[in-house]
Design a protein around this ligand. Structure first.
Ligand code: SAM
Length: 244
């Protein structure tokens, strides 16, 4: 039936395309895609041909009204090159405008590198903050890190291989040398998760930028340290008074 379908696609292993995602893609009147070559490969895999409409950062403003107006009579599926649309990928304005115009919006959830990275890292998952890609420039990156240094949550971010080591160093500098995991090529042949402190990991990748796709997971800040030895003693004395 007509409406906007947000369809998650594999992040490396085609076996992760859900039956429901395949079903929606095979019946959509139009598939809004980031890159038609990438999605053509996916459609070929499931043996279907669909009309594709490129929808990416450079044409979204221009194309969006047309896509929204189709929704009264057509099923429009939104996909990105890999993973879940809207997560460090285009789409939220399309969802916003579709809703504002009163159209149905349906999600077909599935692979997402950020969530998959959390499942591999072995770090707390009860509270996490997804940062997407940090700004590549040194000052802007340091500012972005300073802004979240006190957040009591595990951090998840995306980064490219060539920038990985510099990013890990900046994180160590701005957050302290926390435990972290570098996850790479999730669901693909060379999937790995390398754990260590931020500084260790920065050193490890300094001379050999890793290939492939990367997500970083960083532990939350430790328990707050007593501000001084005196405060520590005071806290201890206070705790002792509460012992039975
Ligand atoms: N929307 C996607 C999702 O749900 O995961 C993310 C899109 S973002 C433009 C692409 C980035 O996600 C990559 O540069 C990489 O940092 C991360 N990523 C995607 N696939 C990955 C994989 N298989 N393993 C590790 N990281 C991955």
């Amino acid at each position: 039936s007509p409406g906007l379908y947000i369809v998650a696609t594999p992040i490396g292993n085609l076996g992760d395309l859900s039956p429901r995602a395949a079903d929606i893609l095979s019946r959509a009147d139009v598939v809004a895609v980031e890159d038609s070559r990438v999605t053509a490969g996916l459609l070929r895999h499931i043996g279907v041909k669909r009309h594709m409409q490129p929808y990416h950062d450079h044409n979204a403003e221009e194309v969006r009204p047309g896509l929204v107006s189709r929704l009264s009579t057509q099923a429009v599926a939104l996909v990105s090159d890999a993973g879940t649309p809207l997560i460090s990928d285009p789409g939220y304005k399309l969802v916003r405008d579709a809703r504002a115009a009163g159209h149905a919006v349906v999600t077909i959830p599935g692979p997402c590198a950020a969530v998959a990275a959390l499942t591999l890292a072995g770090l707390p998952t009860d509270r996490f903050l997804f940062l997407g890609f940090l700004p590549p420039k040194v000052k802007a990156r340091a500012d972005a890190i300073a802004e979240i240094a006190n957040v009591r949550a595990t951090l998840v971010l995306y980064e490219s291989g060539p920038r990985l080591s510099a990013c890990l160093s900046a994180l160590a500098k701005g957050l302290g040398d926390r435990e972290a995991a570098v996850t790479r090529e999730i669901t693909k042949r060379f999937e790995e998760a390398v754990t260590g402190t931020l500084a260790n990991l920065a050193a490890r990748y300094a001379d050999t930028p890793p290939k492939g796709e990367i997500a970083i997971v960083v532990a939350p800040p430790g328990e707050p340290e007593p501000a001084s030895a005196e405060d520590g003693d005071a806290a201890l004395a206070e705790a002792l008074t509460r012992l039975p």
